[in-house]
Design a protein around this ligand. Sequence first.
Ligand SMILES: Cc1cc2nc3c(=O)[nH]c(=O)nc-3n(C[C@H](O)[C@H](O)[C@H](O)COP(=O)(O)O)c2cc1C
Length: 245
Amino acid sequence: MSIKEIIASRKTSKVLAKSPLEDDFDKVLLESLVHAAAYAPFHYSASSIHREKLPDQAPEPWRIYVLDRTICREVRKWLIGQNEKSKIPEMLAAADMLLQITWCPTREDEATGSNEFEEFEASQTNMEHIAATASAIQNIILVATENEIPSYWSSGGPLRKKETFDLLGIPHDEILLGAVFFFPRNIDQNQKVTTFPGKLHDRRSFGRTWCQWIKELNTSSNKTTTLKVDAIVRMGRNSKSPHKY
Ligand SMILES: Cc1cc2nc3c(=O)[nH]c(=O)nc-3n(C[C@H](O)[C@H](O)[C@H](O)COP(=O)(O)O)c2cc1C
């Protein structure tokens, strides 16, 4: 597949199993997905408080915690023991790998260290840390798509709670951007699971309104410029389907 075909075929697959799946899986391939994050763009280094925790003081503003299938099943058990009612335990029963992907907020006054869990300043630096981390996540998901591995980027529900961070040894000064699940290939053919698509998957507009050419500048002598409807670029067909690459 070309990169455009990979981008266009990426989709959310939420896979639920009532009891743990134990079929064969390719751990080396799964690990190699994570490496795609290494090429994501980032504008600012993580602040020293985060860098100092790593042996090489790596500058990237994201952190990735890899949970293999065994650990996924153990977290599932732990969540059930906590009386967790969401679908996350069922996804942990089906997943071959879960990535807990966090970003490292830069704090104005690092010395006090007084921030609450998940609290961050609305600075440009933090906006760009999040953007960089999202790029890292998308890189990983695209390589998964290339390898026909179903994936699901979740906000995490119980996986973003302080107690889960403690369970996994994730520092409290990081914030979860994605709990990203990877499921067995050809999962559609597995009778033991139920698969759901992303809820907004079929609501894409393919750029019919959110992308516009700038036709005129709003200079002082020309203050009345308004958006012209005919300036709207059509990135996809006027139907529900995108360009075919
Ligand atoms: C930052 C982020 C967080 C998401 N969190 C959730 C989530 O918690 N629950 C969920 O059902 N889908 C979640 N999704 C997946 C979206 O629902 C999905 O991308 C959307 O429905 C479009 O479907 P598609 O990915 O198949 O194109 C998340 C996506 C992103 C980018």
